[in-house]
Design a protein around this ligand. Structure first.
Ligand code: EPZ
Length: 419
């Protein structure tokens, strides 16, 4: 397994471009199954999860082609195979996003039940209950979700818990259903809005995306379109924290600062000077040590759980005591155990991590356990004294395009070490 070797202590500076959002590209690629004509999607990030999704679509018979800049052409006019196999689903839980589109377009879908992962059980009961409310017959047999319907019918669905992919799956299922479906307590993430905008461009009738109540008027079919994926707000936040931890000054282009307000406010509290424009954001730490901040993860527009590990890393070396409260997932402090091995002073009390900043972390061999935990460890390595070796970085490659290249552009001393 590849590793990343990071020599800490370099103050990051310079500018890089942000890639398209992983968590928008994945539902939008799944949404190509809804179209009766070819669609083109641009600004798709070069990520392992994107490659997995393209392989999954191709295994169903969707004709997917892409150029070296990952402008993707998908033609789902004929989809003979309506099945997502365990081999692919086990490597990427987001494969569950093909369930709604397959069922509403073709009346059938067999999708392997996605297992849990390092951060939690990750149930999909709300996805299944929503489809059943829309009239689908759904059973779980031999680890597969088997769904059948003649034609889905509109339903009024109230989510027990805010679920991002649950909202996305049911929004796609409702697009070709009979009547108007209402989703209450829906997720408000920018990636949900991006999926809805893509679907509207194909002819879907959706209102309220980005609010807690989304209305979808079913139509007979969806046509082709060309669509550009929005910038990745979590990638943006991750590099901003890297600069804040190393006292640096960076500028991020092709970004969408309006999508990470909660993160920018917390970075300001940590002492960073932030400037923003329509499609760029600049952070200047003026060589200072960050001040400790306290955060609580919440559904959008609250502080994103996908930025929690990165702020844990920043609090590890900050001046003062900061508390990190994780309310979305039940096991998302795996990175804390590795940060402690680097000298971090963090105490976990239930779903709260109490971080007392130390002057310096010391480099150590550490192991990534999940996508954002590994990002947090890379950030810790950038600020630590000595050479940090981060193992199992296939987790990083799932969500960060060319991370060592972009960090090197900012002056970091980092390289990929083959096993
Ligand atoms: C999406 O996951 C993201 N993934 C996650 O990003 C992100 O952390 C998460 O939303 C929260 O923002 C994609 O968009 C591909 P949820 P998702 O359904 O949709 C419970 C990353 O690092 N729940 O919003 O799977 C669930 O257990 C990844 O890029 C149910 O109980 O998350 C959790 O506690 C990690 N039943 C809460 O809801 C369900 O049927 C929120 O989960 C569904 C969810």
């Amino acid at each position: 397994m590849d590793k990343l070797l990071i020599k800490g202590g370099v103050r990051l500076s310079g500018e890089i471009s942000i890639s398209g959002a992983k968590n928008a590209a994945l539902p939008i690629l799944a949404g190509t199954l809804l179209a009766s004509e070819p669609v083109t999607i641009s600004n798709v990030p070069h990520l392992k999860d994107v490659a997995t999704t393209i392989t999954l679509l191709q295994s169903m018979g969707v004709e997917v082609t892409f150029d070296d800049r990952l402008n993707v052409e998908a033609d789902a006019r004929n989809v003979p195979v309506r099945r997502a196999p365990y081999e692919l689903v086990k490597t990427m839980r987001a494969s569950i996003l093909v369930l709604g589109p397959l069922l509403t377009r073709f009346g059938e879908a067999d999708v392997s039940l996605p297992g849990g992962c390092a951060i939690g059980a990750r149930p999909v009961n709300l996805h299944v209950q929503g489809l059943q409310a829309m009239g689908a017959k759904v059973t779980v047999e031999n680890g597969f979700i088997k769904a059948r319907t003649r034609r889905l019918k509109a339903a009024h669905i109230v989510f027990d818990t805010v679920t991002v992919t649950g909202t996305e799956n049911l929004m796609m299922a409702a697009a070709l259903a009979d009547g108007e479906t209402v989703l209450e307590n829906a997720a408000r993430e920018p990636e949900v809005i991006d999926l809805a905008s893509f679907m509207i461009a194909m002819g879907a009738k959706i209102s309220g995306a980005g609010t807690s109540t989304v209305r979808i008027e079913g139509v007979e079919s969806l046509g082709g379109t060309s669509y550009e994926v929005l910038p990745d707000r979590i990638e943006t936040g991750t590099y901003l924290v890297a600069a804040a931890m190393t006292g640096g000054r960076i500028r991020l282009k092709r970004a969408a600062p309006k999508d990470l307000e909660a993160v920018l406010i917390k970075l300001g509290e940590a002492g960073a000077e932030i400037k923003t424009g329509k499609d760029w954001v600049e952070l200047d730490m003026h060589g200072k040590r960050p001040r400790a901040v306290s955060i609580k993860t919440l559904p959008y527009p609250g502080f994103p759980t996908d930025m929690q590990a990165q702020f844990c890393a920043m609090n590890s070396i900050a001046d003062g005591v900061g508390t990190i409260t994780e309310t979305i997932f039940e096991n998302r402090f795996q990175h804390v155990l590795e940060l402690q091995r680097m000298g971090a002073n963090i105490r976990i009390e239930g779903n709260v991590a109490v971080c007392t900043g130390v002057d310096k972390l010391t480099a150590a061999p550490v192991m990534a356990t999940d996508l954002r935990a590994s990002a947090g460890l890379v950030l810790a390595g950038l600020a630590a004294e000595g050479d940090t070796l981060v193992d199992r970085i296939y987790h990083v490659d799932r969500g960060y395009e060319r991370i060592e290249e972009k960090l090197r552009q900012l002056g970091a001393e980092i390289r990929r070490v083959p096993r």
